[in-house]
Design a protein around this ligand. Structure first.
Ligand code: OOB
Length: 554
């Protein structure tokens, strides 16, 4: 059910936690925040490099000038439909140029896109609509066998606030995106309110990658997100002659702005979209367009690396391969460098803001053994113990962060915010890390697991990632997730959900192997479930919630 909010409660600013004035002033002084709208990325690119190709997919290419013009028409059409500045609109398009057309159209109209992923379904979209108070939804007609219009029909019934449904493709009874793109802007019509936005307010809402409960909404301001894109492009040394491939879902922070499409645009580089990230299709695209940079999650990167053994073409032009989203072991990093490109970059980031990168040209040891260092000199990182006190330098603990592009509160989520933020504004990431204190890795972050991703077995607290790492060492195992399963005697027992690469191994043999590696008895699996593949989240990370549900159902 949707709840109609009173007008003063329905505004964009309601339930948004701004940056505190003193830190905002500091970020402006430091030159990170420019007071410009996020869409100014396109204004600038269109005036500096009008004829360069901006975005490409299998159907179409738009130069920056063409993208600028179509975004202007879409924005005017959206205003004409009655979408007002500050209105939230759910944006759920697959990886095509139309994603960029709709995104910039919405931004130019002053609307605030909610960046849904194509894998989200009515449950998530209904939740996003409800929390954000969205007035519209942008979807494809069909994609990967799913009928988005049927979903939209049901959603608009349960959420009557969703007054506008805009469809890329056959619109049926809804509004056509291509009709908006052909809108004739009358010369005396009021120009959509470009340039009039308050850069300290949210430009868009990202969805959290959290694995417990429904995703939360993350407000990213014009100031902070523009800096995010620009700062990442610099950290990755992106240049005008780069070609960036969007292989992960385009609405995810990583391919959107780390540096992603938006970062590519800040330097005049070209973005290529693909909705098919399989090695066969992606390698062909990379070679056709001379793709130099892309971002992948670990599982996809590993698949690409393995595919080099059987695909006739290899991705030759890649010079920057960003991999992030979950923990990567050093030998995996080594393998990716060997098979795909020495230009591997580890990225430890989050939709909430803070990003860490290894940098091009870093020593191999840093690239293979760490998840990088902060993007901004003004990122503040603390590592704390369970009482909230700072650990000794180099020790492990929970990472707390604050900085010029990290949120200060989830959108309209007072309850979650009370738990997730310290009184001085630090965000509790829930990630377990160490920051190397000295030696060649000094200042670099290693992610060791999630604070809550532990199994309480008997009196012991077992780190799931530690169990996984040991199991991955076994030659018969290609991927694994260690999850907790309720147990009458132990409280929880350890279940290893395993994908075997060839021959299967039984639990006794596995535990013998772990014993040989010196793994404590209480950290060895009590249960083994073989799976054809591990279920994944909308962005392609291992989805432990679903694994637990599947094991329960069995
Ligand atoms: C990225 O963003 P989200 O919001 O989907 O997920 C964030 C979480 C982090 O809190 C951490 O738990 C995990 O994903 N994570 C990593 C990691 N990168 C992300 N854990 C271990 N090692 C890494 N390298 O996943 C994301 C956003 C922007 C850039 C890159 C990734």
């Amino acid at each position: 059910m949707s709840v109609e909010l009173e007008p003063e409660q329905s505004g964009l600013g309601h339930g948004f936690v701004p940056f505190p004035a003193d830190r905002a002033a500091e970020y402006r002084r430091a030159g990170y925040w420019l007071g410009r709208p996020l869409a100014s990325i396109l204004d600038v690119a269109a005036s500096k490099w009008p004829q360069r190709p901006a975005i490409i997919d299998t159907d179409r290419t738009y130069t920056f000038a063409e993208l600028d013009a179509v975004a202007h028409r879409v924005a005017a059409a959206l205003a004409d439909l009655g979408i007002n500045p500050g209105d939230r609109v759910l944006l759920q398009l697959p990886n095509t140029t139309q994603f960029a057309v709709a995104l910039f159209g919405l931004l130019r109209a002053g609307a605030v896109p909610v960046m849904c992923l194509p894998g989200h379904r009515a449950a998530e979209l209904g939740h996003f609509a409800e929390v954000s108070g969205a007035v519209g939804l942008v979807i494809p007609d069909r994609a990967t066998g799913f009928d988005y219009r049927a979903m939209a029909t049901r959603l608009t019934q349960s959420h009557p606030g969703l007054r506008h449904v805009i469809v890329d493709g056959d619109p049926g009874s809804f509004v056509s995106l291509s009709a908006l793109a052909d809108f004739v802007v009358s010369p005396d019509a009021p120009n959509p309110p470009r340039g009039t936005v308050d850069a300290a307010l949210p430009a868009l809402l990202l969805v959290s990658g959290g694995t417990t409960g429904m995703p939360k909404l993350i407000p990213r301001t014009h100031d902070d997100y523009l800096y995010n894109a620009t700062g990442c492009a610099q950290a990755c040394q992106l240049r005008a002659d780069d070609v960036y491939l969007v292989a992960l879902p385009a609405g995810h922070n990583f391919p959107l702005a780390c540096p992603g499409m938006l970062g590519a645009m800040t330097v005049g580089a070209t973005t290529v979209f693909t909705a098919d990230p399989s090695p066969e299709s992606a390698f062909a695209l990379i070679n056709r367009h001379g793709v130099t940079a892309t971002a992948l999650v670990n599982a996809l990167a590993k698949l690409w690396a393995q595919a080099c053994d059987w695909e006739p073409v290899r991705p030759k032009s890649l010079r920057l391969l960003q991999v992030g989203g979950s923990r990567m072991a050093a030998d995996e990093a080594h393998y990716l460098r060997k098979m795909l490109t020495p230009g591997l970059q580890q990225v430890f980031g989050m939709a909430e803001g803070m990003l860490n990168f290894t940098r091009p040209g870093d020593p191999v040891q840093i690239i293979e053994h760490t998840q990088g260092r902060p993007m901004s000199p003004h990122d503040e990182l603390r590592v704390v113990d369970e009482n909230g006190g700072d650990v000794a330098p180099g020790d492990e603990g929970e990472l707390l962060v604050r900085g010029p592009y990290t949120l200060n509160g989830y959108y309209r989520a007072d309850h979650a915010n009370a738990e997730s933020f310290c009184p001085d504004g630090f965000f509790r990431t829930g990630d377990r890390v160490r920051i190397f204190a000295d030696g060649p890795l000094a200042g670099h972050v290693e992610v060791t697991g999630r604070i809550k991703d532990v199994i309480h077995r008997g009196g012991e607290t077992v780190s799931a990632s530690e169990v996984q790492e040991h199991l991955l060492g076994h030659p018969a195992i290609s991927s694994v997730a260690a999850v907790a399963v309720p147990d009458q005697y132990l409280g929880e027992k350890i279940c290893a959900a395993v994908v075997f690469s060839g021959q299967q191994v039984n639990l006794a043999e596995l535990n013998q192997y772990l014993d040989g590696r010196g793994v404590a008895a209480h950290s060895r699996p009590d249960m083994l479930v073989a799976m054809a593949s591990l279920p994944t989240t909308a962005v392609g990370k291992v989805d432990k919630k679903r694994i637990v549900a599947q094991i329960g159902a069995q």
